[in-house]
Ligand binder design. Structure first.
Ligand code: UT7
Length: 323
């Protein structure tokens, strides 16, 4: 059977790093509160000349380089983002143009923090369905542009950045020993919209709006939703937590990551944590974490890697990949 195999990965981050202490003169907060409640120590913040498209392009080029490929080898770009450069056209098409790519096709996916997990599952279907052979899957965000910088309950949590994978059609035997995407489970439930949303949009206010979140309410649902969807993914693949080499969760809050891993019985040393470095970068958080763990030699060819995310909508999901 056809499998969607990871051939390369990469990332791009804005130049400017903002430390927790940098918020202390802006809102009533402290480095201690932010670290204790979230595990975040710093985040990158985009300058005017750094956008979702430029960061996405940077991550795409890094992933292509690591794969030993050029844009000519790609036939589809799927970009997960909730902070597009424009309402339309899709920022994926802008990235396609920036890469000098005038063949194939490109589109955006919007599932907020779950966007990258949705995008990997979607790219896998395009590959297995025969519509694409090599896909750039990108998560790129500039959440700094939609933050209310006077709201301490949200502005300290998010950051900007981008990460990307190149997925390529390969042959597999059909079992969990195959390299590639092995299982995926996606969920959403709009009843939770008001707990995490942006209070603007083209069809309502005609403005971009700002992120609003009832953090405690999101927190209350997060661990249960994450563990449910992961257990469904384990069942689909016929594996247990012990079979995993790496758990790469959405990087929103260290406490959510720790509680989810504990509930699932995933050993602490298998959990990739980058929330301290990047904050919550929404759809970019999983591919940014992947790029760190690949670059430092933790994730290697043949490793069994579990990706997971949960966010606005609510949306949530998990993907199991043999690297
Ligand atoms: O990526 C999408 C998914 N999003 C998430 O997963 C986020 C989920 N939620 C969370 O991570 C946590 O709920 C937060 C980190 C957002 C908040 O942590 P918490 O432990 O749930 O705190 P809380 O909201 O219950 O607030 C505790 C206190 C409040 O003060 P009172 O009411 O106890 O007097 C807040 O006003 O902390 C206060 N607070 C702050 N204090 C200092 C809220 N933000 C800040 C801040 N600095 N930045």
């Amino acid at each position: 059977m056809i499998r969607s195999v990871v051939r390369g990965s990469g990332a791009a981050l804005p130049r400017r790093i903002m430390k927790n202490a940098d918020f202390e003169g802006m809102v009533e907060t402290s480095d201690e509160w932010i670290v204790q409640r979230t595990g975040i120590r710093q985040r990158h913040v985009a300058a005017d000349d750094e956008t979702t498209a430029s960061l996405g392009e940077g991550a795409a080029r890094a992933a292509l380089d690591s794969a030993g490929l050029t844009p000519a080898d790609i036939d589809l770009i799927v970009l997960a983002t909730s902070t597009p450069n424009n309402t339309f056209p899709a920022t994926a098409v802008e990235i396609q143009n920036r890469l000098g790519m005038h063949h194939g096709f490109a589109f955006d996916m919007q599932a907020v923090c779950s966007g990258f997990v949705y995008a990997v599952a979607t790219a896998d279907l395009y590959i297995r369905g025969g519509l694409a052979k090599r896909v750039l899957v990108i998560g790129s965000e500039t959440f700094s542009r939609i933050l209310d910088w006077s709201d301490r309950s949200t502005c300290v949590l998010f950051g900007d950045g981008a990460g990307a994978l190149v997925l390529e059609a390969g042959e597999g035997a059909g079992g969990v020993a195959d390299r590639g995407v092995l299982a995926a489970s996606l969920r959403s439930d709009g009843v939770h919209k008001d707990k995490l949303f942006v209070d603007g949009g083209p069809s309502t206010t005609g403005t971009v709006g700002h992120l609003r979140m009832e953090g405690r309410e999101v927190f209350k649902h997060a661990v249960g939703m994450i563990t449910d969807v992961i257990e469904a993914t384990f069942a689909q693949a016929g594996i247990t937590a012990d079979d995993l080499d790496w758990f790469v969760p959405h990087q929103a809050n260290k406490r959510i990551i720790d509680a989810s891993a504990k509930k699932l019985g995933i050993a602490e040393q298998k959990v990739v944590v980058t929330v301290d470095l990047h904050g919550n970068t929404s759809a970019a958080s999983v591919p940014l974490a992947l790029s760190v763990a690949v670059a430092d030699g933790r994730i290697k060819k043949g490793d069994l890697v579990l990706l997971e995310a949960m966010g606005g909508g609510f949306t949530w999901g998990a993907v199991l990949v043999r690297w």
